[in-house]
Design a protein around this ligand. Structure first.
Ligand SMILES: [Zn+2]
Length: 209
């Protein structure tokens, strides 16, 4: 839905420039979303966001897009309201969650979340991950003696996850101050690390239940 950024947007109904994000300033018809999520909610492109303002904006827009409002409007506009509501819900879910918000911002700058690869193992965890995978193998083949090791690993990775979340918060702060490529790259690597640790935890938890 970001395809129209940087292009001239015209109102689907009257053909003029809508001059406003949500409704045409000439004919008042609903416009399809053509901005990024931040702009649609009237928020700056920052990562430490005011969740209260986000929520208020979400509820206000939800009411304005509600299908009942378009009951007597042309079919095209009714469909636009349905589509925009779905889009709005995605946007809200994304911006509300810090991790999804960070990934979304990276995406806006062409930095796609990388696929989980074994080569992504954070170097300082290499040995740990090797041992852990061995232990996971063993418990899967019925050797319960490695259980204490897995419980220890679980606690360790939970702590690491907390540390990573602090780093993420710091990266968000840096982006908000500098809007630099450096900050984006920091966030990118923190998110990869987070993703990696979260997957390890998931594997460990699956064996401990
Ligand atoms: Zn118009």
């Amino acid at each position: 839905m970001l395809t129209q950024i940087g292009q001239t947007v015209t109102c689907w109904n009257c053909g003029k420039s809508p001059e406003e994000v949500h409704f045409c300033s000439h004919c008042e018809s609903l416009q399809p979303p053509t901005t990024d999520y931040f702009e649609y909610f009237g928020l700056p492109r920052k990562l430490q966001i005011d969740l209260g303002a986000l929520e208020q904006s979400f509820y206000r827009l939800s009411r304005r897009l509600h299908p009942d409002v378009y009951f007597r409007r042309p079919e095209r506009e009714r469909q636009l309201a349905v589509d925009a509501t779905a889009w709005l819900n995605d946007a809200y879910r994304t911006l509300k969650d810090p991790v999804a918000r960070g990934e979304y911002l990276l995406d806006l700058y062409g930095m796609k979340k990388s696929e989980q690869k074994s080569s992504n193992v954070p170097p300082e965890l290499l040995e740990e991950v090797f041992d852990l995978n061995m232990a996971l193998e063993e418990i899967r083949t019925g050797d319960d003696s490695v259980r204490p090791q897995l419980i220890e690993a679980k606690a360790k990775f939970e702590n690491l996850l907390e540390e990573v979340d602090h780093s993420l918060e710091a990266g968000f702060g840096e982006w908000d101050r500098t809007e630099s490529r450096d900050a984006l790259e920091k966030i990118y690597s923190v998110l990869n690390r987070r993703n990696y640790i979260r997957n390890l935890l998931r594997d460990v938890n699956a064996e401990l239940v």
